[in-house]
Design a protein around this ligand. Structure first.
Ligand code: UDP
Length: 235
């Protein structure tokens, strides 16, 4: 196995599938099954899930909601997704723990680094909900920070696109995919991988990122087996 411990970042938007809002139960089930395949390989798995399918802080400003208030609403949205994913994982027999960046004790544990690591060592899948618990951050930053804290080998960013391209492949037919690119090159070429906070955290802590297509069946386990899928970003 190429990686012993991984942090998987899933965007909230990916959970929508073809829907315009909310959670598509088929996608949820599909993701749970992909995660199980990796679990069965003996890999320790932590997951950060976004909330963009339900609410984003920046969009709140347009509707007259204060940005900070909106960001907390966004964090609660990630928790809703995290609970849905936890349930889907448990339904197929996996052991999980949900840890939150905001204390909501009747629903989940607060994030405590040592405890998170202990859960992983015991084979539980740990889902980090509610971001890092602070406004003006994103779940990409959460993924980067938590990955460093739990000493993950890699951040796997599951998206709808199968890697980082020279231009947006949905808009530019001539766009080509990078198989491997350095942090510096991503920065210099102004490519969109993660927000700068997340990106810098990974770069400064020498934490590789792989951007890959989470919707392609078997991709996640192939990646963990060391196959070259998506785009690898390293120092
Ligand atoms: N958010 C936040 N702090 C965090 C994580 C998330 O304030 O540490 C808020 C922010 O408003 C963000 C929203 O939660 O827009 C949903 O997360 P994100 O946009 O990262 O979700 P994704 O794009 O992955 O679906």
């Amino acid at each position: 196995m190429k990686y012993k411990r991984i942090l998987l970042k899933l965007s909230g938007e990916s959970l929508m599938g073809e829907k315009k809002y909310g959670i598509d139960p088929n996608i949820l089930q599909q993701y749970a099954e992909e995660i199980k395949k990796v679990k069965d390989l003996g890999v320790e798995i932590a997951i950060v899930i976004g909330g963009g399918n339900i609410f984003r802080g920046v969009q709140a400003e347009k509707s007259g909601i204060d940005r900070v208030q909106g960001d907390y609403m966004g964090m609660l949205a990630t928790l809703i997704n995290a609970m849905a994913l936890q349930s889907a994982l448990e339904q197929i027999g996996l052991y999980t723990r949900l840890m939150s960046g905001i204390k909501i004790e009747s629903v989940c544990e607060p994030f405590i680094r040592r405890r998170a690591i202990r859960h992983l060592e015991k084979g539980r899948i740990v889902i980090f909900g509610a971001g890092i618990g602070n406004p003006y951050f994103t779940t990409d930053s959460t993924a980067a920070l938590r990955a460093i804290e739990i000493e993950s080998d890699v951040v796997l960013k599951g998206t709808r696109v199968d890697g980082v391209y020279t231009a947006d492949p949905e808009k530019d037919a001539n766009a080509t995919k990078y198989q491997h690119i350095s942090f510096t090159e991503v920065y210099e070429k102004n490519l969109n991988v993660m927000d700068m906070t997340a990106f810098t955290l990974c770069q400064e802590n020498n934490l590789p990122i792989i951007v890959f297509d989470m919707n392609a069946e078997g991709n996640l386990s192939r990646l963990v087996n060391g196959e070259k899928i998506g785009t690898l970003i390293t120092v």
